[in-house]
Every structure is written in C-alpha cells, then in structure tokens.
Design a protein around this ligand. Structure first.
Ligand SMILES: [Zn+2]
Length: 308
C-alpha cells in the first residue's frame, strides 16, 4: 500500500497489536508494536537497542528510532514475521537493504533482498549493479553488468541512475572498465572478421559484378559499421539502420540481392552475434577497479585478452 509523506501513517498489523512487549517509535512519532524476542533474534544491533529501551507511555519499553514512520514500516515489513515486503521501486529497495544490512545488521534478509533486486535487472541494470556491488554480491553485480552492455553507458546522452550516488568511485569505475573492455572485444572481433573472413563468407557473399568486388563491399561495410556500434554498446541487437543500409546496397545487383535476402539476416543472428557474444563472455568484471594491465601475473585467469 502506498503512503504519501503528507498523510499520517497508521501502523497496520502486525505492528498495531497492543499485546506486544516493545514499541519502536519513529522519528515522526508513530508507534510500531513489536516483540522483543523477534528483534533480538534478528541482529545484535537490535538486541543492544532493546536492552536500552526505557519505559515511556503506558509503561511500555520504547526505542526511539531515527527513521520516519514510512521508512520504518518498509524496513520492518521486509523481514518481520507475519508481514510481507512492500517495495514499490528500486530506490526504496536500495534504502531498505542499506538500513537493514549496513545499519541494523539483519543478515537474514540477504536472500530475499537479492531476489527482489534481481527483479529490476532488465529494466534498471546499472541501478541493480550499484546496489549489488555495494553489498558485495558479485554474482548479481556481474549479471547486471552484462545486462548493462545493451546501454550506451559511456555516451554523453546516458543519464546515470540515482543508485550510483551510493557507491564508491572504484565500483563505478569497475563497471565502466568492464563495459569498455567488452566493447573493445566485440569491435576487435568484427575487425578480425574483416581482415581474415572465413571461407563460408566468400561462398555466401562473393560477387564479381562491377559494383561489388571480391567478398562484397556492402557486406564488409556492415560488419565494420557494426563493430563501431558495439564498441560503444557492446550487446546492441537493434542495428536496424545498418541492416537496412546493407540490404539497400545489395539490391544494386542481382547476385548480391539474392544472397543478401536469403542469407544475410541469418548470418547476423547465427554467425556474427554469437561470435561477438563469445568474445564478450571472455571479459571479466573486477569490482576492485583493476585495469587490464594491473592484474598480477599470479592471477591471470581474472582477465583474459581476446586472441587476435
Ligand atoms: Zn554484387
């Protein structure tokens, strides 16, 4: 349920039970009724806070919390027995996880936290990367970094998500490094393809007409331009303009027109994209921000150079 910051929050079950033995009072004066034993089991930080609770209204031991009622409601509902997590967006999830894990040391929320975070990976991969990396969840950070390869992170038009404000420069740098290295691996794969095309490329796209020569010009122009594109957006799959331009050029002669319409789109999806994906898969993510040349010789497996 959404609660605006202007309306007074009224605690709902299970925090409205007056039969409990402790009150958590939010910074804006809203009382959440909880059981001491539940908080003590959750973390040593809560246990210490409960131990310092002083009786206030109605002689009920009360802990004054720094969080507002709205925030306290969210962080309690994320793990307290008898309630369900209420998370409306990635920003709320980031705050919930930071408070519960970093401030209150409630480690039990990590699995459900990662599960919720994974739900944003397609729509907000960079934000998910930032939150995962901050908590040291390397597996999830790597998945999010891979997902971010379809975004032009290094272009002037890219608008970074708020979640990046809450991570170190080293973590942000590690993402940009990874993105750059993947772009270079994909671009080099295209360059390598142009410099020494496999035999099947000759069979598929060879043309001896006067417009085109050897392995067809429009075909190599496409691969070259695609290399420039993936250098900035390593897993771009929407190069429709490049495809349209290549097909238009191919229709200038009968030989190329037939080859292009029969085999070119499938060449891209079956041959070129898997080749680039394989090269990108060789690139590793280093959350410590190490550059390619900073990796010690004793640990060469961390980053493997594409072999060109
Ligand atoms: Zn031709």
């Amino acid at each position: 349920m959404s609660v605006s910051t202007t309306e007074k929050l009224v605690p709902r079950p299970p925090f409205s039970e007056s039969t409990t033995d402790l009150i958590l009072r939010s910074s804006d004066g809203i009382d959440f009724h909880v059981y001491r034993v539940v908080l003590c089991l959750a973390s040593s930080v809560f246990r210490d806070m409960v131990g310092l609770a002083q009786p206030e209204d109605e002689n009920m031991p009360t802990v004054r919390m720094a969080e507002s009622g709205v925030v306290l409601d969210r962080i309690l509902r994320f793990w307290y027995p008898g309630s369900e997590p209420v998370v409306e967006n990635l920003g709320q999830l980031r705050e919930i996880l930071e408070l519960l894990i970093d401030k209150y040391d409630v480690k039990a929320v990590v699995p459900v936290g990662k599960q919720f975070l994974r739900g944003y990976i397609e729509s907000q991969p960079v934000g998910v990367f930032a939150v995962a990396a901050r908590h040291g969840w390397e597996d999830l950070a790597f998945s999010a970094a891979q997902e971010s390869l379809r975004l032009p992170l290094r272009s002037s038009s890219y608008r970074p998500p708020d979640e990046l404000k809450y991570v170190s420069g080293i973590i942000h740098h590690s993402l940009i490094q990874y993105h750059y290295r993947c772009g270079e691996a994909a671009r080099k794969a295209c360059v390598c393809f142009i410099q020494s095309p496999p035999n099947w490329a000759y069979k598929l796209f060879d043309c001896t007409c006067t417009t085109h020569s050897d392995v067809t010009v429009w075909f190599f122009d496409y691969v070259h331009s695609f290399g420039d594109l993936v250098a900035l957006t390593p897993s771009d799959r929407n190069a429709h303009d490049l495809m349209a331009k290549a097909l238009k050029e191919a229709t200038k002669c009968k030989t190329c027109s037939g080859a292009a319409h029969d085999g070119f789109p499938s060449f891209v999806s079956i041959k070129l994209l898997p080749l680039l994906a394989a090269k990108i898969a060789e690139v590793n993510l280093n959350l410590n921000g190490l550059g390619e040349n900073d990796v010690p010789r004793s640990a060469p497996a961390r980053i493997r150079k594409p072999r060109f």
